[in-house]
Design a protein around this ligand. Sequence first.
Ligand code: GLY
Length: 356
Amino acid sequence: MIITKVNASTPYNVYIGKGLIDSFDLSPYAGKEDAVRKAAIITDEIVSPLYLYRVIKLFKKNGFEVCSCSFEGGEEHKTLDTVGKLLSFLSMHQLTRTDVVVALGGGIVGDVVGFAASVYLRGLDFIQIPTTLLAAVDSSVGGKTGVNFEGLKNQVGCFHQPSAVICDVDTFSTLPPARFSEGISEVIKYGVISSPEIFTMLENRTPIEEIVAKCVSIKALFVEGDEYDKGERQMLNFGHTVGHAIEKLSHGTVSHGNAVAVGMVVMTASAACLGYCTDDFSLRLSALLKKYNLPVSTDYTAADIAEAVLHDKKRSSDKVTLVLPEKLGKCILVPYKVDELAGLLGKGLSSSAEKK
Ligand code: GLY
């Protein structure tokens, strides 16, 4: 097992290994002898038949009193309505401030359950058990929780750090290949923003737990340096401004990982057009994405994407902060005028289409 510490305002460990959902020692998180701690284990309807029983067994074995529920997954259920139902569930089972909420599943489960945990009784401890690669390397770490609101992604939420993240990489074995590749898109992102070594690890097919640990250690540094996302942490949004726009334009039919893959290619090509980086880096990025069957182009126009970016959370007044690569492993944040964005994206889109 690999343990990575995240020194956020409330520090916690991320445990990465095999077989953890059956054998992890939860004693550091269990109640004192005289006070049994309740664990509300919450998942979605896809993960429930796969892993819920085993996770319930693990918590019971470690002395917790357990209640559990599952909700319908998918972006369309990442809503305040779902949060309301989860709050009713926590209330019905009389969870108190000494109890713990457990989010078992992918990024949507983690975000929604984390948000419910953050507001119930003004904040309960929660433990993330990510079961997708994407959640393991990104959303389960760093404390961002929330839901979509009025058609806008993650528009309502708060920062609430987990007490622990328990990542059992064996759970990735039940992911459809496309879902696994979605996670690889975020892994590649870490390579571009911080670590050329990740490209080598992927090219050499390094064991996935080592890749997850490397990504988590990078994310930990960004979170420690800028927990509330005011500066450097925005690097983690490389490819996401265009990616979120594509997700929105497609009404969710293009997955997050696929949209981010296209976003990374477009931003890299745009950076090359602005003279920040060279074309050969953009070719290496596209080749690696294609190796994992990730898309490198889109049919949406630059104008469509720029219009959708108007609603991006990362926009402030008339500017949006772009994450532009200078070379593999190094990006910079560039505030860019929203009304000039369509022009830049147009150049990026046509340059990336030429190299397809
Ligand atoms: N997913 C980007 C972040 O946690 O900041």
